[in-house]
Design a protein around this ligand. Structure first.
Ligand code: GLU
Length: 522
């Protein structure tokens, strides 16, 4: 039905707060699908519910995608000729469609006040406004046309409800879930329009806009599956069945452990963000962490999210956006929820960080050093990065377990790298490495090495190697571990020649002298 049309998909958030990471995945899948079909990706803002509007949310969402490198072809802030793309600016457009349904008897006006509806809900268990109850309510089906007119004229607020015929099998053609059939009797007569603010509800605006914007595929989170039958019925009611979009309801993102869907609390519990960027709640002032501020690279976040709910098969997991576009297959997405494995996100970040030349790590690294009162140069910082980027760090997770992992963030470097910039404050003789490698005779041996180095003119790593190797052969002294104690204070760090070359002659000799003076073992 839709195969000869240009693929057009949309991401249509409501600006009710920061974009959740699940929303990012939805937008990404829309993006991949659009790109691989040479189609268009539309960015639409669904802001017809003014009570839930949060200032700053729209800009936040736009900035998130800019950071992630997910580009839209048209929409709010992107332009295009199906606009305006903000639903609050389209109110005149919707009115016509509401009137069409009313005049064709496919919708009706209802005057029931919130109190009357509450009353009804209390009286009747599982009350639903539908074919079985609408005849008992205050609406244009039960009132005379004169009464209706009078009520409107006298300023009574009303809503327009869609008149759903019961007992129909409604078919939703879902690329991931197959043909989903729902009996229309379970649906209620959805409110499409409210006179109070003159705005349509999400239900009407979402569907009318999909039509007017020539959307061919609705790709969105599983939580929207219950709205799909209404989509189908409204398209039918308007006579648009020829251009009915196909649906793809994406699997839920699940908690890292246990059952249920991923929540902000899981993020707080395990220490990972559930938002792309840091978010400052304008009402409460609460700050929520973001992937960007935590030191994630946008490519890593995109790659990680792309594989939550779909995988290309095969071994390769590190895939660029272009490769993802090539490989992505909407029909192969899983129906079952995808576990949010945040450790895997760190792993991806490690992979992408390593792909970046050391010079690109330095702006971030420099900030961290400055916060410690250290001034260095990008060149020296890049040298440190290259010496240390493949090291493993030890950390304690939120549950207090000691763990190890690869360097996944630039900020992981600091605890591993302080000795490049600061001499050991003291020598801890309870440290296993120090005890094992600094014996009674070590101070004298270190002095011999220091004397040798004092005369060395070539202090490059190669020069040091060429000086020290013949000396160790002659003397039989194997100085490396003790030398490490002197320069680092413990068993960490890179190759000793590289370290000494980095520190330079003066600093190297000063640290050695200090160690010789202060470390006393018995
Ligand atoms: N405004 C809805 C949201 O916030 C859009 C749902 C849809 O994609 O149809 O996600």
């Amino acid at each position: 039905m839709t195969s000869d049309r240009k693929v057009r998909v949309r991401f249509a958030p409501s600006p009710t707060g920061p974009l959740h990471i699940g929303g990012v995945r939805t937008a990404l899948y829309n993006y991949l699908f659009a790109r691989q079909h040479g189609g268009d990706l539309i960015f639409r803002i669904e802001d017809t519910d003014s009570t839930r509007f949060v200032p700053g949310a729209e800009d936040y969402i736009i900035e998130s995608f800019r950071w992630l490198g997910i580009k839209f072809d048209e929409g709010v802030s992107f332009g295009g000729n199906h606009g305006p793309y903000r639903q609050s600016e389209r109110r005149d457009i919707y009115r016509k469609y509401v009137d069409q349904l009313l005049s064709e008897g496919k919708a009706y006006i209802a005057f029931d006040t919130p109190e009357e509806l509450d009353q009804k809900r209390q009286e009747t268990e599982n009350f639903q406004y539908d074919a079985s109850t609408r005849t008992q309510m205050r609406n244009s089906l039960t009132l005379s046309p004169e009464e209706v007119e009078q009520l409107i004229a006298s300023g009574h607020q009303y809503v327009v409800r869609f008149k759903i015929e019961p007992g129909r099998e409604v078919q939703v053609d879902d690329i991931i879930r197959g043909m989903v059939t729902i009996n229309s009797s379970v649906l209620d007569d959805k409110v499409l329009f409210k006179s109070a603010d003159g705005l349509p509800t999400y239900h009407l605006a979402n569907i009318v806009d999909d039509h007017l914007m020539e959307v061919t595929h609705v790709i969105r989170g599983e939580e929207w599956l219950p709205s799909a039958p209404l989509h189908v019925l409204l398209y039918e009611a308007f006579g648009w069945t020829d251009t009915m979009p196909r649906f793809a309801h994406l699997p839920l993102l699940l908690k890292p452990v246990g059952n249920g869907k991923l929540s902000k609390r899981d993020g707080d519990k395990f220490g990972f963000p559930v938002f792309p960027l840091e978010w400052h709640d304008p009402k409460t002032g609460e700050v929520s962490q973001g992937y960007r501020e935590q030191g994630y690279l946008p490519e890593a976040v995109v790659n990680f999210l792309a594989l939550l709910g779909w995988n290309p098969g095969g071994e390769q997991e590190v895939l660029s956006l272009d490769q993802l576009v090539q490989l992505f297959d909407l029909s192969q997405c899983s129906k079952a929820g995808a576990r949010f494995d945040y450790i895997k996100a760190q792993w991806f970040n490690h992979q992408y960080l390593l792909q970046r030349p050391a010079m690109e790590w330095t702006p971030e690294f420099d900030k961290i050093l400055r916060a410690q009162g250290i001034e260095s140069t990008p060149e020296r910082e890049a040298q440190v990065v290259d010496m240390m980027k493949l090291k493993v760090i030890e950390y304690t997770d939120k549950e207090g377990n000691k763990k190890k992992r690869n360097i996944s963030f630039v900020s992981d470097l600091w605890p591993l790298c302080r000795f490049f910039f600061l001499p050991p404050e003291s020598y801890d003789t309870t440290d296993k490495f120090v005890r094992k490698n600094w014996k009674a005779e070590t101070a004298a041996e270190m002095q011999q090495l220091a004397d040798l180095l004092a005369t060395t003119t070539d202090f490059s790593a190669e020069g040091l190697k060429a000086t020290i190797e013949p000396w160790t052969e002659q003397t039989g002294i194997r100085p490396w571990n003790a030398w490490r104690v002197a320069l680092v204070g413990t068993g960490q760090g890179p190759n000793m020649y590289e370290l000494a070359a980095f520190l330079g002659k003066e600093e190297t000799l000063s640290r050695m002298a200090h160690a010789i003076q202060t470390i006393s073992v018995n």
